[in-house]
Each structure stands twice: as C-alpha cells, then as structure tokens.
Design a protein around this ligand. Structure first.
Ligand code: SF4
Ligand code: SF4
Length: 98
C-alpha cells in the first residue's frame, strides 16, 4: 500500500494523489485520507463546508487545498467507509499536564 505526505498548505491535484493513503498536514494537525476505501459516492464532496474535496479520475477522494481545511470533521462524519481520520493534537496536548 503506497502512502504520500502533503506538506503545509500545498495545493494538490488528483494526479499527484494516486497513493492509497495521503497524510495532509496543516501545522501540527493532520487529515489522513485512506483513499483505498473510497467508493466515490460524493457524500463528503457535497458536505465539506470549505469545498476542498474532489474525486480524481479513478473516483478516489483527494483534498484540493489543505490550507482551507477547518478540521470540522464533517467529512469523517459523512463517509460511510471510514476514509478520513483527523488528528488535531498539538504539541501542548502531547506534553501532558506538566
Ligand atoms: S475536516 Fe471539514 S473542511 Fe476539512 S476536508 Fe473535512 S469536511 Fe472539509
Ligand atoms: S464519502 Fe467516503 S466513500 Fe464517499 S466519496 Fe467521500 S471519501 Fe469516498
């Protein structure tokens, strides 16, 4: 299974995202997209309030402009196939209660 990291704020196209799993980064936060599970139903595309989700030529989902993601979690809530995993932990969270 292939994976790809998209760095902060990168604008991407479907052609760049043929990987099975893509980790989109925005600061400390990550939106992981497990494209291999995507069935191309469009539910998340219609639901995303930032309008940054699209299907590529293979009917697999990708993020067009990660800098505009607001980490609302609507995509994860809508997708019936568990494609999206949000991780919004910060360095402070990871440091515990010290
Ligand atoms: S977390 Fe919200 S803004 Fe970001 S891709 Fe998902 S639905 Fe769109
Ligand atoms: S809701 Fe899930 S299965 Fe449907 S297009 Fe979006 S990522 Fe793919």
């Amino acid at each position: 299974m292939t994976s790809l990291d998209i760095k902060d704020g990168a604008t991407t196209t479907g052609g760049l995202n043929r990987a099975d799993i893509v980790h989109y980064r925005q600061g400390q936060a990550t939106l992981t997209v497990r494209r291999t599970y995507c069935k191309g139903c469009n539910l998340c595309v219609d639901a995303c309030p930032a309008s940054i989700l699209a299907l590529d030529d293979d009917d697999k989902i990708y993020v067009t402009d990660m800098s505009r993601c607001i980490f609302c979690g609507v995509c994860a809530g809508r997708c019936p196939d568990f494609v999206f995993v949000l991780n919004t932990r910060t360095q402070y969270d990871e440091g515990g209660s010290q």
